[in-house]
Write a protein that binds this ligand. Structure first.
Ligand SMILES: [Zn+2]
Length: 232
């Protein structure tokens, strides 16, 4: 008796964690990792026929009491809805990814050329003006134009992205400077359009075999840029 119980247990544990494809049509279960997921309620069940069956019969009692044909139809429609949902999600996330990447690239160009933040809107207008002729012989011209329209390039978005890029560059510089064995500082002054004096601090350091020279600070000075005022 003990040995047959043990044998049963071993057999049972062998059945666990193997998703059975026939559960989909009969109980509306789909495989997810080492679990089965119910398409009717999104509940998760361990991969064992008895558990899957129990889930269906207790949680979806009204469905399980219908005729076999009706059960099949209900399960098939729930499956269909789920597939639609997941593909539209992938589409949404996918599209978002492309437009975010494009928006970051545009912010990078705007920052490198020291252009005002609202140039993003100008860029979009220019792309939209060019796209119809540029992609005229493309089958998916409308899709391209739509994608451009969806790219976030407003003044605020560009500002946020440039601030993030600057933050990232500062973080990289901090890591590189901390890792460098030696650094040299170079102080320079200039006066801007408002005639106020500015002190620029550059650092020179090595990253691997490359010598870098980066602006690490620019500060307004209350007085003039004489050495004595800089504390040098
Ligand atoms: Zn369920």
């Amino acid at each position: 008796m003990a040995s047959s119980a043990k044998k049963q247990k071993v057999q049972d544990s062998k059945c666990i964690r193997e998703f059975q494809t026939w559960w989909t049509e009969k109980y509306g279960m789909i495989s997810k990792g080492d679990k089965a997921v119910c398409v009717l309620c999104s509940g998760t069940v361990v991969c064992r026929t008895s558990s899957v069956k129990r889930h269906f019969e207790t949680n979806h009692k009204s469905v399980s009491q219908k005729s076999e044909a009706e059960q099949k139809e209900l399960i098939a429609s729930a499956l269909n809805d789920r597939n639609k949902q997941s593909t539209s999600m992938i589409k949404f996330v996918g599209n978002n990814c492309h437009t975010s990447a494009a928006s970051n690239a545009a912010a990078n160009v705007i920052a490198r050329h020291s252009k005002p933040f609202q140039e993003g809107e100008f860029l979009k207008e220019a792309w939209l003006a060019c796209a119809p002729s540029l992609f005229d012989d493309f089958d998916d011209k409308d899709k391209i134009i739509q994608r451009i329209k969806e790219t976030p390039l407003s003044r605020n978005t560009i500002k946020e992205r440039i601030l993030k890029l600057a933050e990232n560059i500062t973080d990289q510089q901090k890591i590189d400077i901390n890792d460098a064995s030696f650094i040299s500082l170079c102080l320079d002054e200039s006066t801007d359009v408002t005639k106020s004096a500015r002190l620029a601090v550059f650092a020179r350091y090595c990253v691997g075999n490359v010598i870098k020279e980066e602006l690490i600070a620019i500060k307004s000075l209350l007085t003039t840029t004489k050495g004595s005022q800089l504390g040098v």
